[in-house]
Design a binder for this molecule. Structure first.
Ligand SMILES: Cc1ncc(COP(=O)(O)O)c(C=O)c1O
Length: 579
């Protein structure tokens, strides 16, 4: 009897030890940053108190001396006047939407770190309207022309005129059918054939956004492997569906997602040992900044942003990942919604020389219209089981395979095979040369700005510890360059940029940095380091927290929920000017 008890306890101990070992391996495969610990990040985000800088602190957040503060103040006023006088109609149209368009309210608020945001919004009246595009330029409602570096969230690979033609010709192809849904227009057959050739996979499904294509890929992987968990890499964006976007920004706690370290042995170990992993999602754009989220200026609180692309190292990582996934029956999904067709006609699979089990495309592939595409191996794409008729995996969508989207896609895929587009891919190395040359120019002029790039996707980083790097986006705008709301975190060039176009952009980036340096924003002293900036911000937060606790404000405990009757009350006057 006693012997049985000893054996049973021994087995329990062994079982618990094995469980602990597996759990420890999982912990070791998490990135040590907050991006690697989504629950902790969400808790911390909920704790961060609101406070903002008043007029005095706005210009002296780094304790710069009075003469530098005066310099900054003068420059800020000049910049504010320039932006306001130059684009009056655009700014007026934009302010008309304040408090009415949630997306605009959000993006205007999160262009710069929150401590500076209110002041910036009150003084910089930049607009969110454009009237036309042509070549590599966009024009606002006041007739100002800007070199476009927004890339329309990555959609614009070949230049806006290319997409105008795709949409026009595509619409002409399907005009007789019009918006009839449920049946297919004949152009669909061509799209299917071409996309399966490009992806090297067996089956396809069409969706309305990249987010949906990713949702379907993960759902199918779970269905076919009968396993629960997906693995995504720290910092990678895959759309805004909760399971692939754990942590800050998602109010729900993820249950079946592991966020693991990119390019890490510890991650491979987890993939080799756990039995609950259905799929691994890879966004190859992370090659530019493994384990870090897409850079945006609202998080640019100091100068620690860095990026660097090493093609050989990332290709090697993908090959090893491929091997482990094959060994363990894990579905390897490449999310090429952003990168597909930007690096090579065959997408990231071709560029990095690795094949996935499923690939998602989106953004550019429908010639400028909304789209998500999933291509996959036949065994993973099927939505039913031959031997279990009731066990299905459902996916629908009213607008899937919309004739106009399919028509524009046909144009896109047709052009992709033609000489002029092929020629654009051949010159892609020039983007590395341009980035190197720009860095050399910045260095030669003693400017603390550098760029890192993955082909035409660039990010700007800063060498000089500073609280004000985010100001550079406004100098860049003033110089006639259009940026998206993430500011200098991401510049996206289209492949139709000529040497002369690019030359203009480079000159303006240098001139903008020169002006910003001249205006004192990069003032420095030896004690000003990224660490000292972090410490100071933490102190400010603790003070703000303490101040609200001692004042007994509800925000110090939990945000107050407005009574139902008050939900439609007049809007707060503080909703701010828009950008
Ligand atoms: C890699 C990747 N996957 C998915 C998505 C989501 O696509 P969509 O915005 O079309 O839903 C994006 C969007 O930026 C993306 O970059």
């Amino acid at each position: 009897m006693v012997t049985y008890a000893v054996i049973a306890s021994g087995l329990i101990v062994l079982y618990l030890a094995a469980k602990l070992y597996v759990r420890l391996q999982l912990s070791r495969a998490k990135h040590r940053s907050l991006a690697g610990h989504s629950r902790m990040a969400r808790r911390l985000a909920a704790w961060v108190p609101f406070y903002e800088y008043d007029d005095a602190r706005f210009f002296q957040a780094d304790s710069a001396p009075p003469e530098v503060v005066a310099q900054r103040r003068g420059a800020f006023t000049r910049l504010s006047q320039l932006l306001e006088s130059r684009a009056k109609q655009t700014a007026a149209a934009t302010s008309g939407l304040v408090g009415k368009v949630s997306d605009l309210d959000f993006t205007s608020r999160y262009r710069v770190p929150f401590q500076f945001s209110g002041y910036v919004r009150r003084h910089f009246k930049t607009g969110s309207f454009l009237e036309s595009s042509g070549g590599v330029m966009v024009k606002d409602l006041d007739g100002n022309q800007y070199y476009d570096l927004t890339g329309s969230y990555g959609v614009n690979v070949f230049g806006y005129d290319f997409y105008k033609v795709c949409i026009e010709r595509g619409s002409a192809r399907v005009r007789d059918l019009g918006p009839v849904l449920g049946s297919y227009h004949p152009v669909v057959a061509y799209n299917v054939k071409r996309l399966l050739e490009i992806s090297g996979l067996d089956e396809i499904s069409f969706h309305m956004s990249g987010t949906e294509a990713v949702m379907q890929a993960v759902r199918l992987a779970r269905y076919h492997t009968k396993r629960t968990h997906l693995v995504r890499f720290c910092g990678a964006y895959h759309g805004w569906w909760g399971d692939v976007q754990p942590g800050v920004g998602n109010p729900v706690t993820e249950r079946e997602t592991y966020t693991l370290k990119d390019m890490s042995e510890a991650t491979l170990k987890v993939l080799r040992t756990r039995r609950d992993i259905a799929c691994v999602l890879v966004n190859p754009l992370q090659a530019l900044h493994p384990n870090a989220a897409a850079p945006q200026d609202s998080t640019l609180i100091n100068s620690s942003r860095r990026a660097h692309f090493d093609k050989a190292a990332y290709s090697n990582w993908l090959k090893r990942l491929r091997q482990v996934c094959t060994e363990r029956g894990i579905v390897l999904i490449f999310d090429e919604v952003f990168l597909g067709f930007r690096l090579a006609p065959g997408g990231a699979q071709e560029y990095f020389g690795v094949r996935a089990d499923m690939v998602t495309y989106g953004k550019t592939v429908a010639g400028g219209l909304p789209i998500g595409v999933l291509c996959g191996r036949g065994q993973f794409m099927r939505r039913f089981r031959e031997d279990r008729p009731a066990d299905i995996c459902l996916a629908r969508g009213t607008f899937n395979s919309h004739p106009y989207v399919m028509g524009a896609m046909t144009e896109f895929l047709t052009q992709l095979e033609k000489g002029p587009v092929r020629a654009m891919y051949e010159g892609l190395d020039v983007w590395d040369e341009r980035a190197t040359a720009l860095n050399e120019r910045m260095a030669a002029e003693g400017l603390p700005v550098r760029v890192a790039n993955l082909s035409t996707i660039w990010t700007i980083y800063y060498l000089q510890p500073s609280r004000y790097n985010w100001m550079y986006q406004y100098y860049v705008r003033a110089a006639g360059l259009a940026l998206s709301f993430v500011g200098t975190g991401r510049l996206i060039f289209s492949l139709n940029y000529t040497a002369a176009d690019y030359g203009q952009v480079a000159d303006r980036l240098v001139a903008a940095a020169r002006d910003m340096q001249h205006d004192g924003w990069w003032w420095s002293e030896p004690q000003l380091t990224n660490k000292s900036i972090n410490r100071r911000i933490l102190k400010e937060m603790l003070q703000a927290r303490w101040a609200s606790v001692s004042a007994g404000r509800p925000s110090a405990r939990r945000p107050a929920v407005p009574p139902i009757g008050s939900i439609n009350s007049p809007r707060s006057k503080n909703s701010g000017a828009l950008q």
